[in-house]
Ligand binder design. Structure first.
Ligand SMILES: O=C([O-])C(=O)C[C@H](O)[C@@H](O)C(=O)[O-]
Ligand SMILES: [Mg+2]
Length: 429
């Protein structure tokens, strides 16, 4: 068996995205992703997926070059390769990432976000070469299916008039009734039994009313609310008090570890985060201050599936819960998330996934949810197959774009509807 990497193909694409609202604006009609193909000397191809914005592409190109001639099995070596790739300082502000709402932006995190796509592709190739599923390469699954939660968003029925986009049948959700209706559709279509509402969009009272309406419509179902740090400590505490009886956890009510620690000290409602613990360096302060009770891992920016396992082990050591965060992603990443989640013993909360919002994919067969769960594949590698025609079609869309959509910008998308829109200050309420 020859696992030498002979070629690496990088294909940036634009995929349709609905008008999902968050505290910074609204999703653009198309969002960038990068599809990675790693081919071994034996002609085996492994696939991976990660963020597709320019700053990731800039790193992925030199990274891909350095990978040629290395072994697909040399997963630890990927981090050394990443260290050799220079990050343009202007790409990392050290501030919270405005495009993706996933915490501070650092050069290391950018590198890890690229490493993760290659690590998944190498694991897929390795699994196919050995005839083993990715979960076996990760030490073996401890469950046969992984549970996901319905990721509810306030949204418009469609993108603003005149904006080229794909249509969908979800309808608008801008009030409690709309949110409940959306949750019903999620339950009907995918069988989800826990619900997360993306908040920070409307005033807290309106979002409290929406979560109350969900609790009435779905009694006993786990509920979460995530305003992406849009609230002050006092507002966070007020929401926690009003919704404490129905929330499984409150996600990033306030921005940053000090504010989260203050909220956590004064409420019994568990706090989850994908904003203040997003790198290994951030763990110590957050855990010693008891600022968070659940960390939402994300293999994309934590640096891959094995780093996700390491994060889970640290959480287990400190008695902190673990689950999964999601940005817009396609089926390759859902497959990767499912493999790693199946190996984490202490994963006791349903994971987030944007996948139901994505009408387009690059797989020959879409991933499916049964009773809110994705079955863990036992096929070699990730157990999914790339559809090259679909990939070409979505790449063509990326090539044809004039640059407006090549970098995610929720504020710019919002300005199409509201020309005066600027990213709100934090805390917003
Ligand atoms: O905090 C979170 O769960 C996210 O940031 C997930 C996504 O980025 C979501 O907020 C979005 O895409 O608008
Ligand atoms: Mg979040």
């Amino acid at each position: 068996m020859n696992l030498t990497i002979e070629s690496v193909r990088l294909t940036p694409i634009l995929v349709a995205d609905p008008p999902l609202l968050n505290t910074q604006g609204v999703h653009q009609p198309y969002t960038p992703r990068l599809i990675i193909e790693v081919e071994t000397a034996d002609g085996i191809t492994g696939i991976g997926e990660t963020y597709g914005d320019t700053k990731y592409l800039e790193l992925a190109q030199p990274f891909a070059e350095k990978l040629k001639g290395r072994q697909a099995s040399d997963l630890n070596g990927l981090f050394g390769v990443a260290d050799e790739v220079a990050v343009d300082a202007s790409r990392v502000s050290g501030q919270v990432d405005v495009g993706g709402l996933r915490g501070v932006q650092t050069a290391d995190k950018l590198r890890l976000s690229v490493v993760s796509g290659f690590e998944v592709a190498c694991l897929d190739a390795l699994g196919k070469a050995l005839g083993l599923p990715v979960h076996t390469l990760l030490g073996g699954k401890v469950r046969d299916a992984v549970e996901y939660s319905a990721y509810l968003f306030y949204r418009w029925a469609g993108h603003p008039e005149g904006v080229p986009c794909e249509k969908d049948d979800w309808g608008a959700a801008v009030d409690p009734a709309g949110v409940v209706e959306q949750a019903r559709k999620f339950k009907e279509r995918y069988g989800f039994t826990s619900f997360k509402l993306k908040g920070g969009v409307f005033a807290p009272e309106e979002e409290i009313a929406a979560v109350r309406a969900l609790a009435e419509a779905f009694p006993g179902h786990p509920l979460r609310l995530d305003p992406n740090g849009a609230w002050s400590v006092e507002t966070s505490l007020k929401v926690a008090e009003e919704l404490g009886d129905v929330l499984e956890y409150l996600e990033d009510p306030a921005l940053g570890t000090p504010a989260m620690a203050e909220v956590a000290a004064r409420t019994g409602v568990p706090l989850a985060t994908n904003m203040c613990v997003t790198t290994f360096a951030e763990i110590k302060e957050a855990f010693t201050r008891d600022a968070v009770q659940v960390v939402l891992s994300d293999h994309h920016y934590w640096g891959g599936l094995r780093n996700t396992q390491q994060l889970a082990a640290i959480c287990r050591t400190f008695g902190v819960g673990v689950s999964m965060h999601s940005n817009t992603h396609l089926g390759i990443s859902l497959a990767a998330m499912t493999h790693v989640a199946s190996t984490v013993p202490n994963l006791h909360h349903a994971c987030d996934s944007h996948y139901p919002w994505q009408s387009e994919d690059v797989l020959t067969e879409r991933m499916t949810f049964e009773s809110g769960k994705v079955a863990v594949s036992d096929l070699p590698g990730l157990g999914v197959e790339l559809d090259h025609d679909k990939l070409r079609f979505l790449h063509r869309r990326w090539l044809d774009d004039d640059g407006t959509l090549k970098d995610r910008d929720d504020a710019a998308a919002m300005r199409v509807a509201d020309p005066d829109w600027t990213t709100p200050p934090v805390p917003r309420w």
